[in-house]
Design a protein around this ligand. Structure first.
Ligand code: FPP
Ligand code: MG
Length: 343
């Protein structure tokens, strides 16, 4: 696969230093990391080792960070910050990690976060079971929160994750342009978990419905934006910066925003891309390389950036409904980070 130029737009509010923007919740994130580590303790040393490989491989921890920032941004002055918010952040990361372990089985992926995937290093059966074990740990966290509304929200997320993957499978190699289906799939597989994390803390804090709804919309829009950027990076990013295989979406028949922008035209480039997909030529390296160059050389990258910015702006708009604080500022900077990220 040829190396694609790395995408670094210079016309948005750059916020590449994630550590700096998460500073207001750095102490909370450290406690959440500690709790994630205790999840790695298992009677079976082989399982314990697998769990530590998964969590120590890193990850940006964006979802727990959003959960903690939103919890702090809506904290009541008369109450101490509760450990339940930390558990909420941990369970959000556990669900995310579990879904990636399962996703790598579905996608037959060999690399994640710069390391060999569990399915590649061992086998699919072990990866499915390890993902299940992480979901089980998340359920235990959920029970400790003792809030039926939040149980319902996260139950819905689990259903959405599966439904999103099924939708994606059903849309494979489909060259019919259906933006609604693309956005719905992105809501299910990505934005649903962002939204659960962004508004559950406000529920625990007993906030009014307007605040809870604003944070839910923030998470939904940021999650859709995140998925669009993910799909863009698959076209423009490099395997070394992303720590996972670039160009793999088209090769696996996944038709995402950059391809949709070409396919919706009625020109020669659209016809050629359609042909490469319909004949499954994209499954081979030469076909993917040609398809990627059609996308990169005909404005689809720029159109995808514009689309991601629309969702980014909608996420930011929601924050005006929260009281001013350093936590609210960081939630805003996180939107800039998501839109400028390269991995
Ligand atoms: C990554 O997408 C995958 C997801 C965001 C969700 C995957 C969800 C499942 C496999 C279902 C989970 C199962 C249960 C039981 C809830 P991607 O493939 O676009 O991103 P990638 O390039 O990082 O792999
Ligand atoms: Mg995948």
């Amino acid at each position: 696969m040829s190396t694609a130029p790395t995408f670094t737009p210079n016309d948005v509010n750059g916020a590449s230093d994630l550590t700096a923007l998460l500073e207001p919740v750095a102490a909370d994130i450290a406690v959440a990391e500690e709790l994630l580590e205790t999840n790695m303790i298992d009677d079976n040393p082989f399982v314990a080792d697998l769990l530590s490989q998964i969590f120590q491989a890193g990850g940006k921890r964006l979802r727990p960070a959003i959960t903690l920032l939103a919890s702090r941004a809506t904290q009541r002055q008369d109450l101490e910050f509760s450990r339940l918010h930390i558990i909420l952040a941990v369970l959000t990361e556990l669900i995310h990690t579990a879904s990636l372990v399962h996703d790598d089985v579905i996608d037959k992926a060999s690399m994640r976060r710069g390391k060999e995937t569990v399915n590649r290093k061992w086998n699919d059966r072990l990866a499915v079971l390890l993902g299940d074990l992480l979901f089980a740990q998340a359920s235990i966290c959920l029970s400790r929160i003792m809030n039926p509304v939040i149980v319902g929200i996260y139950g819905q997320v689990l259903g959405d994750l599966c439904a999103g993957e099924i939708r994606q499978m059903r849309q494979q190699y489909s060259t019919d342009v259906d933006w609604d289906a693309y956005i719905r799939k992105s809501v299910c597989k990505t934005a649903s978990l962002f939204a659960a994390g962004s508004h559950s803390g406000a529920i625990l804090n007993g906030c009014d419905n307007e605040t809870i709804f604003a944070l839910k919309e923030y998470g939904l829009n940021l999650g859709i934006c995140f998925q669009i950027v993910d799909d863009l990076l698959d076209v423009t990013g490099s395997t070394s910066t992303m720590g996972k295989q670039a160009g793999s979406d088209l090769q696996g028949g996944l038709i995402t925003a950059p391809s949709l922008f070409i396919l919706e035209r009625k020109d020669a480039q659209a016809a050629r891309l359609k042909e490469l997909i319909n004949t499954r030529a994209v499954n081979e390296e030469t076909g993917t390389t040609e398809a990627l160059s059609i996308i990169r050389n005909n404005g689809a990258v720029e159109q995808t950036i514009e689309l991601s910015k629309r969702y980014a702006n909608q996420a930011k708009e929601q924050l005006t409904k929260l009281p001013t604080s350093v936590f609210r500022d960081s939630l805003g900077s996180l939107v800039d980070y998501v839109i400028t990220r390269t991995s």
